[in-house]
Write a protein that binds this ligand. Structure first.
Ligand code: NAD
Length: 258
């Protein structure tokens, strides 16, 4: 890396940790951007994403979903690799990310921790092995009270892994936020429940509930650093990589259903 790593959202919870992890790995921190008025310490501040993209080999981006389409255009125009951790993106945002990935390497993951990516691979395998007609899939997540989107990006990622293992489209089977007279559970549905409170960094449980047995797999993140170290690893991985849309599973070399 010649120019180094840029951080979008550098004044945020993740941004500050990312700056520490870049330093801890003896890498160059090219600088960062945040919202106007935010205090940026210990890094060169840039006026906007275009200026940061021009000054960096790769931008690690943990900001807000509203930035995604604009950042996608700026990074593609600059030819700068993009590690995108922001969650809560719309389908239109996802299309903008995919368009950027035609021009630059993009690692886009709802969760950059090694453990969650292993769970994603297991989720796909479990879903392929446990018939939807006999095992009801439910995903329960809990996060800190400041989180603005629900279900979490990781929960949706788990849902997508289950849907992939079952050969269905998540949007057609997802059941979120049940309330009132919902009727009986649809066979094959993938259910989501979101809890918010305190300072929980991130907890996810995937449950397959059958008539005679339950199988549950839980991941608990105690420290956001698990995401920051993974994102810096992904940033290094983009070096020399062709344009394309990659996941953290690609970075870690983990595959789902074989
Ligand atoms: P945060 O609110 O602490 O930080 C976000 C930062 O982005 C803030 O400093 C904010 O001022 C800045 N920002 C917002 N809009 C901006 C804009 N237009 N331009 C520049 N900066 C802008 O939040 P956080 O906990 O650090 O999380 C940030 C995002 O990352 C969220 O979407 C969260 O869900 C996601 N996240 C993803 C992972 C993962 O592993 N993929 C892990 C943790 C958090």
């Amino acid at each position: 890396m010649n120019k180094g790593i840029g951080i979008a959202g550098i004044a945020g919870r993740m941004g500050r940790l990312l700056a520490e992890e870049v330093a801890a790995a003896n890498l160059t921190l090219a600088g960062g951007i945040d919202r106007p008025g935010a205090t940026i310490e210990g890094a060169r501040p840039y006026a906007d994403i275009a200026a940061l993209a021009a000054a960096a080999d790769v931008v690690v981006d943990f900001t807000h979903a509203s930035t995604a389409a604009g950042h996608a255009r700026a990074l593609a125009a600059a030819g700068t690799a993009w590690v995108l951790g922001t969650t809560g993106l719309t389908a239109a945002d996802d299309a903008a990310v995919a368009e950027a990935a035609r021009h630059v390497p993009v690692v886009y993951a709802p969760n950059f921790s090694t453990g969650v990516n292993l769970v994603l691979a297991l989720a796909e395998r479990m879903a392929a092995a446990l018939p939807a007609g006999q095992y009801d899939a439910e995903i329960v997540e809990m996060h800190h009270r400041q989180k603005v989107d629900a279900p979490s990006g990781t929960a949706i990622g788990l849902g997508r892994a289950v849907a992939k293992g079952r050969g269905v489209v998540l949007e057609e089977v997802a059941e979120s936020g049940r309330q009132g007279h919902t009727g009986a559970r649809r066979t094959g549905a993938i259910g989501f429940a979101a809890l918010r409170g305190g300072q929980v960094v991130g907890e996810h449980t995937l449950l397959f509930a059958g008539a005679t047995e339950h199988i549950a797999i839980t991941h608990r993140a105690f420290d956001r650093r698990a995401f920051a170290t993974g994102a810096v690893r992904a940033a290094l991985w983009t070096r020399g990589r062709p344009a394309g849309l990659y996941s953290m599973m690609d970075v870690l070399g983990i595959s789902g259903v074989a």
